[in-house]
Design a protein around this ligand. Sequence first.
Ligand code: AMP
Length: 209
Amino acid sequence: MNIVLLGAPGAGKGTQAAKLVEQYKLCHISTGDILREAVKNQTELGVKAKGFMDAGELVPDDLIIDLMKERMEQPDTSEGVILDGFPRTTTQAVALDSMLSELGRPLDSALLIDVENEAIVKRLTSRRMCRECGYIGSTKDGSTCPKCGGEMFQRDDDNEETVRNRLDVYDKSTAPLIDYYRGKDLLLSIDGDRDPDVVFADVVASLGL
Ligand code: AMP
């Protein structure tokens, strides 16, 4: 099963993807996680991407498409993938269509996790992540990860100014993908402004898992 998760930054794509992976052993690909790792390791890609990420802008399509082509050819993707944070532009969506058709794998669904912008601002400015295991929590978790005891930190791009810019970028560049996938009859939409476990029950039901 190949799924695209759609939704604004902070809508809960990462959280829902983690739950799907835990329960159904699907392969989770987050372009944001790949880029943050590249920035941390100061690779060529990381050096090129950092400025865009810090400003809340999109990393150029050609860099993202190249990295996804390489990632989709890894053997762990063959049973199906959950794409989280890709595609983010129509150019990327068209590139994904050709990647999947070259690999002979269909896209099953584009699942939109729908949350209003003001709820997102509140959520993202209080979001915290674990440095060790990637657990996504909030200021409520304090400084210690409830899963592994690692250190919780705030992402550089989760400050209010950058969050608002990321939402503008989402509305302009990524929201048009909702119509793109609706036109292909692949769009599923769920209300993401609820407890993550309630949202997950809906995700599972919508995907027919
Ligand atoms: P995320 O963790 O998905 O919120 O991504 C964090 C940041 O990485 C974004 O604000 C962008 O700067 C960059 N990024 C992640 N995925 C993409 C993508 N598919 N296209 C362009 N930039 C991306």
